[in-house]
Ligand binder design. Structure first.
Ligand code: NAP
Length: 245
């Protein structure tokens, strides 16, 4: 119950890690805005958690207008911006470099890196304006940013960008009492991984010392730690959660 009285916003809340995160933050007592570009899946998250503390919101992280609308919504609805921001919205459009289309490159960039930038900038600004002195922003990168798998140039580049963005934000916002950290999940059993070919999944499982995919809750637990005061001196970190992959 370490998050009682806190307000959080979680993007990509309609699926996988975002949904598991909403559940854990609500369990720990936070009020949670479950935001996704797909309102139906955000509502499904809220219905599954069945707790008055969680409300759905339609939000497209790649649009400045949509992100700034969500800042306004939180202030109008809760009289303050969230002090906890979790950027879990993300997409893949895999393809080998010589075949990668401009569209697939742009879409991944718009959501994964530009979306994380817009959320970080707009919500940090609101926290500073409302003199919130214990803000925490948690960005979902990926271990792929370090492994650099062939066929994932667009995805890996954006996730490496998320680490740099988070480290720089940590340096710039520390003086305002806002911490910024990145998590690098390994292969986690969510709809995102459903699209990975079986042969590649088998190879990953063989290389993973724990011999299994991670569960969304196993990432959400680390997010809940970074959201709480238990991590009060963790800032600018990029934490792998991979089962040792
Ligand atoms: P997921 O199950 O596919 O969930 C991602 C959610 O984000 C979906 O509901 C998706 O909606 C939503 N979304 C996509 N674009 C959006 C936008 N522009 N605005 C708002 N919401 C948007 O993925 P996940 O596995 O939970 O992944 C969560 C994060 O962890 C991602 O950033 C991912 O890159 C990262 N990650 C995942 C893994 C893994 O193995 N699962 C590993 C490393 C890193 P749609 O369904 O409409 O696209």
């Amino acid at each position: 119950m370490g998050l009682i009285g806190k307000l959080a916003i979680v993007t990509g809340a309609g699926s996988g890690i975002g949904r598991a995160t909403c559940r854990l933050l609500a369990r720990d007592g936070a009020k949670v805005i479950a935001a996704d570009r797909n309102m139906k899946s955000a509502e499904q998250t809220v219905n599954e958690i069945a707790c008055d503390n969680v409300i759905p919101l339609k939000l497209d992280v790649s649009s400045l207008a949509s992100v700034s609308k969500s800042v306004t919504f939180s202030i109008e609805h809760f009289m303050q911006p969230p002090s906890i921001v979790i950027n879990s919205a993300g997409i893949t459009r895999d393809g080998y470099l010589l075949k990668l289309t401009e569209k697939d490159y742009d879409e991944v960039y718009e959501v994964n890196l530009k979306g994380t930038f817009l959320m970080t900038q707009q919500f940090a600004r609101a926290m500073i304006e409302h003199q919130i002195r214990n803000g925490t922003i948690i960005n979902l990168s990926s271990i792929v940013a370090r492994m650099n798998n062939p066929g994932q140039a667009n995805y890996a580049a954006t996730k490496a960008g998320v680490i740099s963005l988070s480290e720089i934000a940590a340096k710039e916002f520390g003086k305002f009492g806002i911490r910024v950290n990145a998590i690098l999940p390994g292969f986690i059993n969510t709809p995102m991984v459903d699209s990975v070919p079986e042969k590649i999944k088998t190879d990953i499982l063989q290389r993973c010392p724990m011999g299994r995919l991670g569960r969304p809750e196993e990432i959400a637990n680390v997010i809940a730690f970074l959201a709480s005061e238990k991590s009060s001196y963790v800032n600018g970190a990029a934490i792998p959660v991979t089962g040792g992959l």
